[in-house]
Design a protein around this ligand. Structure first.
Ligand code: DGT
Ligand code: MG
Ligand code: MG
Ligand code: MG
Ligand code: MG
Length: 278
């Protein structure tokens, strides 16, 4: 590590560590997937292969990061839950969001060929955005996932009715939009059944409710394994069960000393408003 007069610039990097002892959700969402799914000829409104690819990317992420206790996804999004005890990346928001987003995106690209088949080559780069939000209590965490799942239900009911009208009923899109405006879920179910003989509840659960990736105990499982199915049990809303911790701390070679420590000088007095270092 160079001891140079330029080192002061390190102090411009402010801490973005997320609130300790709170749940963290990192949610990823495909960028402009309206266009991406159209470019790649996804089945409307749900492309089962595309959704399985999303699920596989989520499993890859949870395999890479055993701290994640739960994943929930639908459409072009996935949420990942980290428990209050996590110290992954020292809870730094930018690090969590950027590494999760790129890990997921890379897995999505790597899995494309196996999931989507030779007939649908990848023609454009999939891009995902990411955000991290902290939630203080298990009740709010439960409501977060209930919110995302309610979104799946509302969107899927609308989309099922809309595309039935357009593709099976030959109704022009603007007219289909007008027909559905202001209708509730029950009316859309009734329309699907009476006009098209579609039983909404018989649609695949993945379309109606989204996908959950959880950890299940494996008989004789190796606690240190870190595979997606190798660790623990999640019980919401009371909290995460035991789970793997990521190895923490600095790179090889033990503690990193500051230039002043190496010179045997006392540390600089910290400005009182500087966030604590860990
Ligand atoms: P954004 O997130 O603001 O960058 O924009 P979008 O276009 O990604 O919008 P978003 O995330 O609100 O909605 C997801 C889009 O992806 C929506 O237009 C429908 C499309 N999509 C997601 N899954 C499927 C699928 O399985 N089949 C088809 N045909 N489209 C899908
Ligand atoms: Mg959006
Ligand atoms: Mg999107
Ligand atoms: Mg979305
Ligand atoms: Mg580096």
């Amino acid at each position: 590590m160079a001891c140079s007069k330029y080192e002061y610039v390190k102090h411009f990097e402010l801490s973005d560590a997320l609130l300790p002892s709170a749940w963290i959700v990192v949610r990823l969402d495909g960028r402009s997937f309206h266009a991406f799914t159209s470019t790649h000829g996804f089945t409307k409104p749900n492309d089962a292969l595309g959704l399985h690819l999303m699920n596989a990317a989520a499993v890859a992420l949870m395999t890479a990061f055993p701290d994640v206790v739960l994943g929930f996804g639908a459409s072009d999004e996935f949420s990942f839950l980290l428990p209050p005890s996590t110290t992954l990346f020292r809870r730094r928001a930018a690090k969590l969001v950027s590494v999760f987003t790129s890990t997921f995106t890379a897995a999505y690209v790597m899995g494309w060929g196996a999931h989507m088949g030779a007939g649908r080559p990848l023609r454009a780069a999939p891009v995902f955005d990411g955000r991290a939000v902290v939630y203080p209590t298990p009740a709010v965490v439960r409501d977060y996932f209930a919110w995302r799942q309610a979104d799946v239900h509302v969107n899927n009911t609308y989309n099922a009715a809309f595309w039935a009208l357009v593709e099976r009923g030959g109704v022009p899109r603007p007219a289909a939009e007008r027909a559905l405006a202001g209708t509730d879920v029950a009316a859309k179910n009734e329309l699907l059944w009476s006009r098209f003989g579609i039983n909404y509840n018989a649609m695949p659960a993945m379309f109606r409710k989204g996908s959950v990736v959880s950890r299940v105990p494996v008989a004789g499982g190796d606690e240190g394994g870190g595979g997606a199915a190798a660790t623990a049990n999640l019980r919401l809303p009371t909290g995460g069960g035991p789970h793997q911790r990521m190895a923490m701390g600095r790179a090889k070679g033990g503690a990193v000393k500051s230039c002043r420590q190496r010179r045997g000088q006392p540390p600089y007095r910290r400005h009182s408003r500087e966030p604590p270092r860990r």
